[in-house]
Design a protein around this ligand. Structure first.
Ligand code: SAH
Ligand code: SF4
Length: 476
């Protein structure tokens, strides 16, 4: 979500006449878009601000902006600890960055934070492909979060859940597709509750606008149905030029059969489900307020696997939630083993100020116990990931090319439909940059596997890239 916000900020500044630079030493403005989901993301900011102070000391007109979740949470602290920061903007008014930057020249340092979450139209008017991948784009379908997971700071810094209008989302994807984007990742904290607020608002105001709830959800008497996330995905998948639709995150308590059905019946929706477990212990899940038991989670996973062919499943797990006993942790290991994940993001519990769990200080788990559990969990995840990856050997996968492999420039890297990273060697006949460019779709035979990636051999180029490329124009 933050990465995508950074792209939008960057696009807004470019629209305002700024040019992107890859060197902070010579740039006029540096924007630090912050995340406060865990403490280490949070503390990084002050280290970076310390480095930037040296530039500010040399060049007074150099501007430093701090945006995002941490700015929302620590607005005044940032100015106090780093008075050389020119502008602090929160999560609800990032679209004001360019205007406020301008104002700092006459008014001096500015801190502007809004308390209420709003759908900032100006912010959403700056879509574009991912900064690193010109053929792929993130599309935010909802902002904020209405849940109250005991460990999580997101509701505090991102505000209440608001869905973006159905028609507006389709318009944005159409625009991206026209610019040659072929892969869309739909983003939200709880994508399966997408649309819940749209019809509620329409009912309350008495205004049923097809642009908001989607044309097909208007009955003769007005809107009665709400568009579901599955409907949104299906519509996005039908847009000309879009070949791959992904999404994150579906909260397990809200995963609906309609979402599974949309995934099962639409070939453009990729067969990968990121399904955050957090813990396998019912006791801890209840303390976390996750709204599901381990058994219910596994049941939903079973349904998804039964419905969707060849589904890859990944997850998020937190180790060391306050009060987690050895027995609780073993329950997590058991669920993880039985879920047979393709991969997992595993996190050490990080107390976040103002959250319910952060107050359970008397039940915090000793770091050495957490570290031991963390390593044991990794073994279980790697075991299933390797087994699932080895089962791909010999198969031919369609791969979307990301570019030359970072480790070996003679090899290329890309992603399969299941979102697995594949490194493959190009045969001499495929050396033409035109045909095997970033954003091509190719067929790769999988030859070996590790828990984190696959290796393969290029067989065939299926489709060349269609995104726009910048041409080098001589300067006069
Ligand atoms: N909305 C998503 C989660 C988004 S946050 C969901 O509910 O599934 C991404 C991940 O960060 C979470 O799934 C969780 O595993 C991790 N996380 C969030 N807060 C954390 C904390 N305080 N300590 C450690 N990990 C945390
Ligand atoms: Fe945080 Fe829970 Fe909302 Fe996810 S669903 S963003 S973990 S509060």
């Amino acid at each position: 979500m933050n990465e995508h916000d950074s792209e939008r900020i960057s696009n807004l500044l470019i629209r305002d006449g700024y040019v992107s630079s890859d060197n902070a030493l010579t740039a006029d403005v540096v924007v630090l878009n912050t995340c406060c989901i865990r403490e280490n993301a949070d503390t990084k900011l002050y280290g970076n601000l310390g480095h930037l102070k040296a530039i500010k000391d040399e060049r007074e007109d150099f501007k430093i902006v701090v945006a995002g979740c941490l700015a929302q949470k620590d607005r005044d602290l940032i100015r106090k600890r780093a008075p050389w920061v020119d502008l602090v903007v929160g999560t609800h008014n990032v679209s004001r960055v360019a205007t406020l930057l301008e104002e700092t020249s006459t008014k001096g340092p500015i801190v502007e934070i809004l308390e209420e979450s709003i759908l900032d139209q100006e912010f959403f008017s700056s879509p574009g492909p991912r900064l690193s991948l010109p053929y792929s784009a993130y599309v935010t379908v909802q902002i904020g979060c209405d849940n109250n997971c005991a460990f999580c700071i997101v509701p505090q810094v991102r505000g209440k859940e608001i869905s973006r209008p159905f028609g507006e989302l389709l318009g944005e994807v159409r625009q991206l597709a026209q610019d040659g984007v072929t892969e869309i990742t739909l983003l939200g904290q709880n994508v399966n509750s997408y649309g819940r607020d749209l019809t509620v608002d329409a009912r309350r105001s008495g205004v049923f606008d097809s642009k908001i709830v989607g044309e097909q959800y208007l009955s003769e008497e007005g809107a009665r149905l709400r568009p579901l996330f599955g409907d949104l995905m299906r519509e996005v998948a039908q847009i000309d030029g879009i070949s791959r639709v992904r999404f994150t995150s579906p909260h397990p308590k809200d995963l609906r059969p309609e979402t599974i059905e949309a995934m099962a019946s639409t070939k453009e929706i990729m067969n990968h489900l990121h399904f955050p477990l957090q813990s396998g212990s019912d006791r801890i899940l209840a303390l976390m307020h996750r709204g599901y038991s381990a058994e219910r989670y596994l049941e939903k996973l079973r349904d998804a696997r039964l419905g969707i062919d060849d589904l890859a499943v990944t997850t998020d797990i937190i180790v060391g939630f306050p009060g987690e006993t050895e027995e609780d942790f073993e329950a997590t290991l058991e669920v993880a083993a039985s879920a047979q994940y393709d991969g997992a993001y595993t996190f050490i519990y990080s107390p976040r100020p103002g959250t319910e769990a952060a107050a359970m200080v008397d039940r915090f788990i000793a770091p050495e116990v957490i570290s031991d559990r963390f390593d044991r969990l990794k073994v279980v995840i790697e075991r299933s990931a390797l087994a699932r990856h080895e089962a791909r050997i010999g198969r031919v996968e369609e791969v979307l090319v990301e570019g030359p492999s970072k480790k070996n420039p003679d090899h290329m890297s890309g992603r399969t439909g299941q979102n697995k990273l594949v490194h493959f060697n190009k045969e001499p006949q495929f050396n033409s940059a035109e045909r095997l460019g970033v954003g091509s779709y190719v067929e790769v035979e999988i030859t070996s596997a590790t828990p984190y990636f696959l290796r393969g051999r290029l067989l065939n180029v299926v489709r060349s890239p269609r995104h726009r490329r910048k041409l080098q124009v001589a300067a006069y």
